[in-house]
Design a protein around this ligand. Structure first.
Ligand SMILES: Cc1cc2nc3c(=O)[nH]c(=O)nc-3n(C[C@H](O)[C@H](O)[C@H](O)COP(=O)(O)OP(=O)(O)OC[C@H]3O[C@@H](n4cnc5c(N)ncnc54)[C@H](O)[C@@H]3O)c2cc1C
Length: 434
C-alpha cells in the first residue's frame, strides 16, 4: 500500500511504498516499477524520496561487522548511524573523520551524498575516508568497490544519490582523538570582509571552522555573524565540561511557521549580540559543537504544516565574495530566511564522487519556510546568481532546482548515467533529468 512520505524538510509530500531491509546478505527485495535506497530521511528535499515507487529502507542494516581499535578501521552495515558509531568508538579514542551537522544520518546516506563537515578545508569529504563498500544491484549482483580501482563504480556510488545500487556495508578509516572535548574560539565579526579574513587566517591554524551569519543584516553589516573555530583538546582537563543532556523537543507541529518576519529579525539581532566580548574561548564537549540542532528533537516541526526548503550552494573562490553578497542582499530584501544561516569555506581537495557537491569555494546554507510561490520565486532569483557565478546547489538539500542548473554544475552526470541502476530512481533524479 502506498503511503504518504516526506523528508526532513517536510516538503514535498509524496505517495510511496516502503520495504524494510534487515539482512545484508538477503537478495534484493521484489518491488514493482522503480525503487530507491533510503537511510534515515535526513535529506531535506526529494533526493531521498521516490514518488510512486518503493523506498528500500536500510536503517535496519544496523550491525557493526568489525572494529580494530589499534588502526581505527571500522566495517559496519550501511544503516548504522553516525550516532551509533560515536557511541562505540569515542570512549576508545576514535571519532568520525568527517561529520555533517547531525549525527542521525546513516553510513549509506553519508556515502550517497558524500557529506561534508566543518573540517572540509583540511580533510575533504566523507567519501575520502571510505576504504571499501559493497554494492547490491537490483539484478541481484554484488560488487566490492574500492577507491580508484573499481572501474568508476566507487566514484559513481560516492555522492551517487543512491542511484547506483544499495550499499550494504562499508569500511571506514576513523581518526584518533585525545578525548571528547574541543578547544573552541568564537569571534564576532561585522561583515563579509571580516568573514573572509577570519576564514583565511583560520584555515592553517584550526581543524574546524564555520560561521553563523545574520541573513537579514544589510548595508555595511551585510554578512555579520559569529565565526567559530576549534581543535580537539589535547590538555588533560581538571574541570570537564558536561556531556549534553536530553535537550528540548518541539512536541507538536504549530499551525503556522514559528519562523517568520515577526520572529526572525529580533532573534537574529539578539543572537548576534549574545556574546558581549568580541572573542570568547572555551572548552566544550564535542557533541553540542558538531550537532547543535540535534539538541532539539523534531525541530523541523517549527516551520509549521507546510514544511520548509533549505538552500545550500557553493560559489567558486573568484566569485565568492561578490556572489555571497548578492545572495544575502536578495535574501535580506525578501525578509525571509532562517535563524541559522551558515557560511563556510571549502578547501581545494577534489571530491571523490562524480556528483559530489563539495568543491573549492564558499558555501552558504539556510532554511526558508514554505510560503508557496513567494519562496519559490525568491529561490529562483538565488539560482540565477549561483548560475552566473558558476556555482552549484547541494542535491541533498534540494526540492526544486531546475534540471539545467544541475546539469551545468555537475557536468559528470553524463558519465554517471552509465552507472545508474535501471530500476532505481528518485524524485530529484527524474526532475533534474527532464
Ligand atoms: C540538521 C542537519 C544538518 C545537516 N548538516 C549537513 C552537513 O553539515 N553536511 C552535509 O553534507 N549534509 C548535512 N546534512 C544532510 C545530511 O547529512 C544528508 O542528507 C545525509 O545524506 C542524510 O543521510 P540519511 O541516512 O538520513 O539518508 P537519507 O536522507 O534517507 O538518504 C540520502 C541519500 O542516500 C541514499 N541512501 C541511503 N541509504 C543508502 C544505502 N544503504 N545505499 C545506497 N544509497 C543510500 C538515498 O537514496 C538518498 O539518495 C544535514 C541534515 C540535517 C537534518
Amino acid at each position: 500500500m502506498p503511503r504518504a512520505g516526506e523528508s526532513w524538510g517536510r516538503y514535498p509530500r509524496v505517495e510511496q511504498r516502503m520495504v524494510r531491509l534487515v539482512d545484508r546478505d538477503a537478495a534484493m527485495p521484489a518491488f514493482d516499477g522503480h525503487a530507491l535506497p533510503h537511510g534515515n530521511g535526513r535529506s531535506y528535499g526529494d533526493s531521498c524520496l521516490d514518488p510512486g515507487g518503493t523506498l528500500l529502507h536500510a536503517r535496519g542494516l544496523d550491525r557493526f561487522i568489525a572494529f580494530d581499535p589499534a588502526t581505527g578501521i571500522l566495517r559496519c552495515e550501511a544503516g548504522v548511524t553516525l550516532a551509533e558509531i560515536i557511541e562505540l568508538v569515542l570512549p576508545l579514542g576514535w571519532f568520525l573523520p568527517v561529520t555533517p551537522g547531525t549525527r542521525y544520518v546513516t553510513v549509506g546516506g553519508a556515502i550517497a551524498n558524500d557529506v561534508h563537515g566543518k573540517n572540509h578545508h583540511r580533510v575533504g569529504t566523507f567519501g575520502h575516508h571510505v576504504r571499501s563498500l559493497e554494492l547490491l544491484r537490483s539484478d541481484g549482483s554484488r560488487r566490492n568497490l574500492v577507491p580508484g580501482a573499481s572501474g568508476g563504480w566507487f566514484e559513481a556510488t560516492v555522492g551517487g544519490l543512491g542511484l547506483t545500487g544499495l550499499v550494504t556495508w562499508a569500511e571506514l578509516q576513523l581518526r584518533r582523538v585525545p578525548g571528547p572535548y574541543l578547544e573552541t574560539e568564537n569571534v564576532r565579526f561585522g561583515n563579509l570582509d571580516e568573514f573572509f579574513a577570519l576564514s583565511r587566517e583560520s584555515a592553517d591554524r584550526f581543524e574546524y571552522s564555520v560561521a553563523w551569519i545574520d541573513c537579514l543584516a544589510s548595508g555595511h553589516a551585510c554578512g555579520r555573524g559569529h565565526f567559530t573555530r576549534a581543535d580537539h583538546a589535547t590538555q588533560l582537563l581538571s574541570k570537564r565540561p558536561p556531556a549534553p543532556g536530553q535537550g528540548l523537543a518541539i512536541p507538536l507541529t504549530p499551525p503556522v511557521s514559528m519562523v517568520n518576519r515577526l520572529t526572525l529579525r529580533p532573534f537574529n539581532a539578539a543572537y548576534y549580540w549574545r556574546q558581549p566580548a568580541p572573542r570568547k574561548r572555551q572548552t566544550s564537549h564535542l557533541l553540542p559543537f558538531f550537532y547543535p540542532l540535534d539538541g532539539i528533537r523534531d525541530w523541523n516541526r517549527m516551520y509549521g504544516p507546510n514544511g520548509f526548503l533549505q538552500y545550500q550552494c557553493v560559489l567558486p573562490p573568484s566569485e565568492a565574495h561578490a556572489g555571497i553578497a548578492a545572495l544575502l542582499a536578495e535574501i535580506a530584501k525578501s525578509g525571509s530566511g532562517s535563524f541559522l544561516a551558515v557560511l563556510k569555506e571549502f578547501g581545494g581537495r577534489p571530491s571523490p564522487g562524480m556528483l559530489s557537491f563539495p568543491r573549492a569555494g564558499t558555501t552558504l546554507a539556510l532554511d526558508f519556510p514554505n510560503t508557496g510561490d513567494s519562496v519559490l520565486q525568491l529561490l529562483g532569483r538565488l539560482d540565477r546568481i549561483v548560475d552566473e557565478a558558476g556555482g552549484a546547489i547541494y542535491p541533498a538539500k534540494d526540492a526544486r532546482m531546475p534540471g539545467a542548473s544541475f546539469r551545468r554544475a555537475y557536468p559528470r552526470w553524463t558519465d554517471f548515467r552509465d552507472f545508474v541502476d535501471p530500476r532505481l530512481s528518485s524524485g530529484l533524479w527524474r526532475r533534474v533529468m527532464e
